[in-house]
Design a protein around this ligand. Structure first.
Ligand code: OGA
Ligand code: MN
Length: 210
């Protein structure tokens, strides 16, 4: 697969920066090349088949626990060097990080991300992507990996926008949604088929003492 970084002034990235500045969120229906979407979906399914995905926990540190009544997805964190396609994805997200810093002076320093698989019926109740005791997560980015997704399959990402409206995103393969982690409460509605994604967070430097 070819190298996947984009210049930070690429029109696609500038559009995302502009949307975030004006609305606090952005949806790009055609973000990932189809070949990369397919490769990531296969990788996510392989990891699931090998038993590498684990039920996602809620909270942080000592208070972390699995609560399927809050979120029912299974996840595995991505690290550099695990596969060609996950490295392509990480490179692309680093281009977005640089564009966000150039355009919005966010000072985003790193990116953490995981594959997520929602079995049929699983959901994630309304939440904010920011922990009470750790405000480093600044921008959330979700990419969907599902072929032939139809509205009747469910599984929408429902965002509660600043203007009081709700916006639903269909988890269609190749689509990217980006939003300010501390500003936009959101939930994942249950689906009647398996739902795959890769979800990540751009983080600022923390304030904790050295
Ligand atoms: C999350 C989340 C949204 C989605 O993992 O925090 O809100 O659409 N995911 O998968
Ligand atoms: Mn979330």
């Amino acid at each position: 697969m070819r190298a996947m970084s984009l210049p930070s002034d690429h029109p696609l990235l500038l559009r995302i920066v502009d949307d975030l500045a004006t609305h606090g969120w952005s949806q790009q229906d055609i973000f990932l090349p189809a070949s990369l979407t397919l490769a990531l979906a296969a990788e996510c399914r392989n990891r699931a088949a090998e038993g590498e995905l684990a039920p996602a926990a809620v909270g942080r540190g000592a208070t972390q626990e699995v609560r399927e009544g809050i979120r029912g997805d299974h996840i595995q964190w991505l690290e550099p060097g695990q596969s060609a396609c996950s490295d392509e994805y990480l490179e692309l997200m680093d281009s977005l990080r640089v564009a966000l810093n150039r355009g919005l002076y966010l000072g985003l320093e790193d990116f953490e991300c995981h594959f997520a698989l929602y079995p049929p019926g699983a959901f994630y109740r309304k939440h904010l992507d920011r922990f009470r005791d750790d405000d480093r997560r600044t921008v959330s980015a979700v990419i969907y990996l599902n072929q032939d997704w139809l509205p009747e399959h469910g599984g929408q990402l429902r965002m509660s926008l600043k203007n009081g409206e709700e916006h639903d995103v269909q988890p269609v393969g190749g689509c990217l949604v980006v939003f300010l982690s501390g500003d936009i409460p959101h939930e994942v509605l249950p689906a009647n088929r398996e739902r795959l994604s890769v979800t990540g967070w751009f983080r600022r430097r923390g304030n904790e003492p050295f």
